[in-house]
Design a protein around this ligand. Structure first.
Ligand code: UTP
Length: 480
């Protein structure tokens, strides 16, 4: 049989790829390639090239042969924490504001997650999150940036990491919403990398006959993606020195926090490389990572890895000894990211493994398997593993009600309902701090439901002297 040149090329490419896969124990991925139409085969070969099988297999083998080791228990101490109201707050806030005014700060949102727990049909950033107006998360962040820009007279670039799975939908959402009034050239969207999921025999899986099952490579993949997308070069060209890192699912995050940025860039406790906010853990078993110190370096230990004896240990005053819960808000210097991702430095973040259910195609007979229990492992990098790579990393205590109301689950804890309640509580506190009466029930829950827009106030201090209603009535809603 004679084949046309493109078919012959495709066949040669297939042969080369099969040979490469055989060398890495993954040839099953193409075992049924003869059943694929040429376009589907080409797309599978493209995917295989894009995944970089040799390095994915190396990462898988590293993870399978040990993964990340928890440090010995007796080497773990609580991290030092800068108190919520540091003595030099005003000068630090002024320093941070100066960085913003001089255009040396950018916002950075990680929005590449799969949001499986929330189960929202679309990128998480499109989820309606404000308690009365139902504004989507992306709009809330954009409004904060616009409010800051109005004050400093200078727009703040916004970098957003998507994933190959939600990149097109995220872009379309920004486009449809006219970039929320931001200058289009100040919004930089880029997708993160992916890693293949594998079964208990170390075999990558096909999610469809012509498609490998992959997952985004974790929020820690942000470092590589910032470099690979050209975002770092863009920041350097704009004179950006620090980025304000936050997750897409927290509507109360301060997208730009001058005091935090000032502490990060100027305080003695900080090398200005990576700094973090923490909130005191609500209970020993709260599922948040904990800031610790190991061998003189600050680090975050996942809740599942912190020995129970330490997680439950108490100080003489009854408070938890390992109290500093991570809320995934950081400031990072561009130089630090550039250093960690430079070509001659192998990115030293450890890999984390998580079990999950991955429907797949059985390559021996082509049958589709819908597992009822976890059958595969996904690999992820975590951003907080960059903390111990800094020479001195600052951890600053903040207030849970002020800036941690994540929407992660469809119901129960960390859901839209708990987030909405926290947003109402925060608004009530801001008003009370400015001398307004807020009706509350016997449990202390505010009875007037108030949403404060970023245009009105970015924090409680902005409400001083604002033109507000005389009284807030039980059962009424207010949008300020
Ligand atoms: P989560 O750990 O809550 O994961 O992400 P998730 O993927 O959003 O949700 P589940 O676990 O599937 O339910 C915390 C933050 O990190 C981002 C998410 O978008 C969110 O802002 N993230 C997570 C990424 O950007 N990439 C990833 O690969 C994982």
């Amino acid at each position: 049989m004679t084949t046309s040149p493109p078919e012959a090329e495709l066949r040669q490419r297939l042969d080369r790829t099969v040979e490469m896969l055989e060398g890495h124990g993954q040839a099953h991925l193409l075992a049924r390639s003869g059943e694929l139409e040429p376009e589907a085969l080409e797309s599978l070969l493209d995917q295989i090239d894009g995944i970089d099988i040799p390095s994915s297999v190396r990462l898988m083998n590293e993870a399978r042969s040990g993964g990340c080791a928890t440090p010995p228990e007796d080497s773990i101490r609580p991290a030092k924490v800068v108190p919520h109201e540091p003595a030099d707050a005003e000068s630090m806030r002024a320093r941070g504001q100066q960085l913003v005014d001089e255009g040396r700060v950018a916002a950075f949102t990680v929005a590449g997650g799969q949001g499986t727990r929330l189960g929202w049909n679309g990128p998480k950033g499109t989820y309606p999150a404000s308690p009365i107006t139902g504004k989507p998360l992306f709009r809330l962040f954009a409004e904060q940036l616009l409010a800051h820009a109005r004050r400093s007279g200078r727009s703040i670039p916004w970098y957003i990491m998507t994933s190959p799975i939600n990149d097109a939908d995220t872009r379309a959402f920004f486009q449809d919403n006219n970039w929320f009034g931001l200058d289009r050239t100040d919004v930089f969207l880029f997708p993160q990398g992916v890693l293949p999921s594998y079964d208990d025999d170390g075999r990558f899986l096909l999610s469809e006959p012509g498609k490998i099952a992959v997952n985004p490579d974790g929020h820690g993949g942000a470092l590589r993606a910032l470099r690979g997308s050209g975002a770092i070069e863009d920041m350097l060209a704009r004179g950006i020195e620090h980025i304000s890192y936050f997750q897409v699912d927290n509507p109360t995050v301060q997208v730009i926090d001058p005091l935090f940025l000032g502490l990060h860039a100027s305080s003695e406790e900080s090398s200005g490389e990576i700094s973090s906010k923490m909130v005191p853990k609500a209970a020993p078993d709260e599922k948040v990572g904990v800031f610790c110190e190991v061998d003189g370096r600050t680090c975050v230990i996942e809740y599942s890895d912190l020995p129970e004896e330490l997680a439950t240990a108490r100080e003489p005053d009854g408070s938890l000894r390992f109290l500093a819960g991570s809320i995934a808000i950081h400031a990072l210097s561009v130089d630090f990211i550039a250093r960690l991702t430079s070509e001659d430095s192998e990115l030293a973040l450890p890999l984390h493994q998580a079990r999950k259910k991955v429907p797949y195609v059985e390559t021996s007979d082509g049958g589709r398997i819908e597992p009822t229990s976890p059958n595969a492992t996904k690999l992820e990098l975590f951003i907080f593993d960059a903390v111990p790579l800094a020479s001195r990393s600052l951890v600053w205590e903040t207030d849970r009600v002020e800036e941690f109301a994540p929407i992660k689950n469809a119901e129960g804890s960390d859901s839209a309902v708990t987030s909405r309640d926290l947003q109402f509580e925060r608004a009530a506190r801001w008003l009370e701090a400015n001398g307004h009466d807020m009706p509350r029930d016997a449990d202390g829950t505010p009875l007037a439901l108030v949403e404060i827009t970023s245009e009105t106030a970015l924090d409680r201090r902005d409400l001083a002297g604002a033109d507000l209603p005389d009284a807030f009535k039980p059962g009424e809603q207010y949008i300020l």
